[in-house]
Design a protein around this ligand. Structure first.
Ligand SMILES: [Zn+2]
Length: 132
């Protein structure tokens, strides 16, 4: 049911990937998490607070898809294993909340697309109810 939302989310993740490398030669690495493609990268929130570059470019943060949470409104999640700042602490965040903190202008576009999609869905539902 949320396939369309997933494809919107995936498109925004692809847009973010280059910036998630950071500006110190860090890398985004793909890996398989519970049978699905996920991404590891230097945490954009807490990495700048560490003294050595080697520590800063460590891939402590991760974006990964939901596995058994099909009723969640967001199908991708963010987690930083270091949880070094309030932004990346507190456990797993939805991609929605991650993007809100990480890139507010891009988040506004993402939210607009999601809202438009949900509106379209509920309009379709209304039409269905009318004609039945
Ligand atoms: Zn972090």
């Amino acid at each position: 049911m949320y396939m369309h939302e997933t494809s919107i989310t995936k498109r925004y993740i692809d847009l973010l990937l280059p910036s998630l490398c950071g500006n110190e030669g860090g890398e985004v690495e793909t890996h398989i998490y519970k049978g699905q493609l996920a991404y590891k990268f230097p945490c954009p929130f807490c990495s700048p607070f560490y003294e050595t570059k080697e520590v800063r470019v460590r891939q402590m943060a991760k974006l990964f898809p939901a596995t058994k949470m099909e009723y969640s409104s967001s199908s991708w999640f963010f987690r930083c294993r270091r949880s070094g700042t309030p932004e990346c602490g507190g456990g797993i965040k939805s991609f929605y909340n991650f993007l809100l903190i990480y890139n507010p202008p891009l988040f506004n576009e993402y939210k607009k697309e999601l809202d438009a999609m949900f509106k379209e869905k509920s309009n379709k539902l209304k039409t269905c109810i009318k004609c039945s």
